[in-house]
Design a protein around this ligand. Structure first.
Ligand code: GLN
Length: 378
């Protein structure tokens, strides 16, 4: 077959989870919580199923959920999105990203991405005829050098994709980054796709700079978020998209023919659950404790931890342990020491290997403890 994506294999996440299961390793690879979601949220889903909310929702999502999302966004950013036209429920963040690119990236368009970049970005751009233009970020701080971004901007630049807090590095955009972004996009029609799925997971009193907070950016931005990350329900495939009417209309045209609509009873349940803001506001401190707990334990190992400002990922150098490539190293420690992680070279189109692996700390203290007990032996 003449493949549309000849060089793409299986995503690293299910690959490492499969290996973790095979070798009975502690799985700190694929990012998902191993603790339960709120029993209250589960019983709400149950209630709505019993009440008969089991048929098609409207394609953009049920209105009460879109209203709750608009309220939350207004309270957190000061930007008001129309629930009717500017908020759309999606089957997870990944489908939101796919649909934005499908609707807005045309043959030959260039899209600037920052690498390491989440693994679906570049293939999605390519399959829609676009050309990914990577800007490489390097450890330890993974800061954006905006001079490098400027060099890539031309009349072909259709979109800049951002991710804050960032997967896999856990860095966040600063106010200075936002100022640069405003300067760079001024007097252009460049669009922004901002993946903010870890928006509620941010540490040490730092600020999440959502595109929604800056009117000149918001008018050109599609913002992706995820209930999977916020309510510990990654298997429910529930996310949403915010963006101006003129762009959202294009995305909705295509989304209705892709997923048509998302799961109805869960939308009602989440709408009710979100009526209590503490359900999303408390996520920050819960994860801060986990990050600190994991970092504390990891001090007893030979890994060097890199700074983490947000997300539920901790990256680490392993130079003191081995000279292997990060992929080989990650596979070996899964098999030999029983801890699965993610090598970060897979997030660079160049496969740049900075000898950094990623741990997911969205786990119970018991899981983290068991993992570090094993890592201490390396
Ligand atoms: N977003 C999660 C991660 O980065 C899981 C992704 C997935 O399984 N597709 O690990």
């Amino acid at each position: 077959i003449n493949s549309k994506l000849p060089n793409v294999g299986a995503s690293i996440f299910p690959v490492m989870t499969g290996l973790a299961n095979e070798y009975k390793a502690v799985n700190l690879a694929q990012g998902f919580p191993d603790f339960p979601t709120s029993p209250k949220l589960i019983s709400l889903v149950n209630d709505y199923m019993k009440k008969g909310m089991n048929q098609y929702a409207p394609p953009p999502g049920i209105l009460p959920l879109r209203e709750r999302i608009a309220e939350m966004t207004f309270n957190l950013t000061g930007k008001s999105y129309s629930p009717d036209k500017e908020v759309t429920i999606t089957a997870g963040g990944t489908q939101a990203i796919y649909s934005v690119i499908e609707a807005l990236v045309r043959e030959g368009d260039e899209v600037i991405i920052f690498e390491p970049a989440y693994d679906c970005y570049a293939p999605n751009i390519r399959v829609h005829g676009g050309i990914p233009r990577p800007v490489e970020l390097t450890p330890p701080d993974y800061k954006i050098d905006w001079e490098n971004v400027k060099k890539l901007i031309s009349h072909k630049t259709r979109m800049i994709m951002l991710n804050t807090p960032h997967n896999p590095t856990g860095t966040i955009l600063s106010k200075k980054d936002i100022d640069e972004l405003i300067k760079i996009t001024k007097n252009t029609d460049i669009l922004i796709l901002s993946d903010e799925v870890y928006e509620h997971i941010i540490f040490d009193g730092q600020t999440h700079h959502s595109m929604a907070k800056y009117p000149v950016l918001a008018e050109r931005s599609l913002i992706v978020s995820s209930f999977g990350k916020t309510f510990h329900t990654t298997g429910w495939r529930m996310g949403y998209l915010l963006g101006p009417d003129y762009l959202m209309a294009e995305i909705r045209k295509l989304q209705q023919y892709a997923v048509y609509t998302c799961i109805t009873p869960i939308q009602y349940a989440i709408a009710d659950f979100m009526a209590s803001p503490e359900h999303y506001m408390e996520v920050k401190s819960m994860y801060q404790e986990k990050r600190d707990y994991f970092a504390g334990l990891m001090r007893n190992t030979r890994f060097d931890l890199l700074p983490v400002a947000g997300s539920y990922f901790q990256t680490a150098h392993y130079n003191k342990i081995s000279e292997e490539g990060d992929y080989d190293f990650a596979i070996r420690i899964t098999k030999e020491f029983g801890v699965a992680t993610i090598p970060t070279s897979v997030f660079y189109t160049s496969n740049a290997d900075h000898k950094v692996i990623r741990f997911c700390f969205a786990k119970t203290e018991d899981t983290l403890h068991r993992a570090v007990d094993r890592l201490m032996k390396i």
